[in-house]
Design a protein around this ligand. Structure first.
Ligand code: NAD
Length: 337
């Protein structure tokens, strides 16, 4: 049985607690840490089957019985806690992004060189059944050589301006998942990026120094061309689609809906809206990424995506910011490692 400590009992920390406690029989949550641990959270955790809670994550790192640590705290803590956990000999699952600062990600890489524990980054969309099927079609050659990759990624509602200020901006907070997805679908890294972006949803986002709408074009290393379109607000729900067009065909996926029913009547033909947001759309993916992480520990195999897969989307996000600021195409190599 893999003993797990979870750091951070917010939205995503709770998702992983629930996944492990209900769907991953090879693992057990021994300790859940959050400096703002409340009675209510402690009771919820106990009901889920978590053995104990604490306000101090260092108790997790000091516990010799804990094999693996899940870092689900706010982004500004990820790289530091990653290094501490790796040095304590724990396997690490770290939520995205590892950090906004390349040098701090390098510290994590250096720690992994010295202590080769398992390390997985939380790019959950790779484990979504729809995107997995598209990627499998591309990787197995069913559509020939990929030529054009299109990713649509729109949230149902914008975050508040307070969140925007600390999030690192849309490219490093939201689009980072799409940067991972484009690498996953293309099977290679991006070479160059160009961004057009605007504030069209909420002026408060602009006042907080960010954008809420973007079209991003990328040249990939295999010669394919990709386009990502982002919005912080799609009134019809969480819009998450992808298409890869190639020399021998196309692989595409639409949104997940609560049912596939289509209602036709005199007013028109209607169907369900997309599932509301990430907690609804990606629950299956969160469970699967956790099963893969625990499997890698149990079977001593590679994790499906490691620290380099955490680094590259951050480079792409920083290049996107630069492209917007300087209004020009930016080579990813300009963001030096
Ligand atoms: N993969 C995904 O789909 C996904 C979805 C949501 C969030 N995230 C990422 O997960 C992280 C957390 O996001 P969230 O939405 O759960 O935020 P949240 O604010 O709901 O939760 C963060 C929690 O971390 C706690 N925390 C802060 N510092 C801590 C520390 N030193 N030790 C222990 N706990 C600490 C906070 O008290 C809070 O309860 C972010 O980095 C975010 O980017 C990923």
């Amino acid at each position: 049985m893999v003993q797990v400590g979870i750091i951070g009992a917010g939205r995503i920390g709770r998702v992983h607690v629930e996944s492990i406690c209900t769907q991953v029989p090879e693992a057990q949550v021994k300790l859940l840490a959050d400096p703002f641990m409340t009675e209510e959270t402690a009771q919820w955790a106990k009901n889920m089957g978590v053995k104990a809670v604490t306000k101090d994550y260092k108790e997790i790192l000091a516990d010799p019985e804990i094999d693996a640590v899940l870092i689900c705290s706010s982004t500004d803590t990820h790289s530091q806690i990653s290094v501490e956990a790796i040095e304590a000999g724990k396997h690490v699952f770290c939520e995205k992004p590892i950090d906004h600062d390349i040098d701090k990600i390098k510290n994590v890489m250096d720690a992994l060189e010295k202590h080769p524990v398992k390390y997985q980054v939380g790019f959950n969309r790779r484990f979504d059944h729809n995107f997995e099927a598209v990627q499998e079609a591309v990787a197995s050659g069913k559509i020939g050589e990929p030529h054009v990759i299109k990713i649509t990624s729109r949230d149902p509602e914008p975050p508040c301006a307070e969140y925007v200020k600390v999030s690192g901006g849309m490219f490093l907070d939201m689009t980072i998942h799409d940067f991972d997805m484009v690498r996953f679908l293309a099977g290679c890294n991006a070479e160059e990026i160009y961004v057009e972006a605007a504030v069209l949803v909420d002026p408060a986002i602009g006042e907080a120094g960010d954008v809420d709408t973007a079209v991003i074009t990328l040249k990939m290393e295999n010669g394919s061309i990709a386009v990502i379109d982002n919005s912080r607000k799609a009134v019809y729900g969480y819009d998450q689609r992808a298409e890869v067009f190639g020399s021998a065909g196309m692989a595409a996926t639409g949104n997940d809906t609560a049912s596939a029913a289509v209602i036709s009547n005199a007013q028109g033909v209607t169907g369900e809206k997309p599932l509301h947001f990430f907690l609804e759309r990606y629950m299956g993916a969160y469970v699967k990424e956790m099963k893969c992480f625990i499997n890698a520990i149990v079977n001593d195999t590679e994790t499906p995506l490691g620290v380099k897969d955490g680094l590259e989307p951050v480079r792409m996000g920083l290049a996107a910011k630069k492209s917007l600021e300087e209004h020009r195409p930016v080579k990813i190599s300009e963001i030096t490692v």
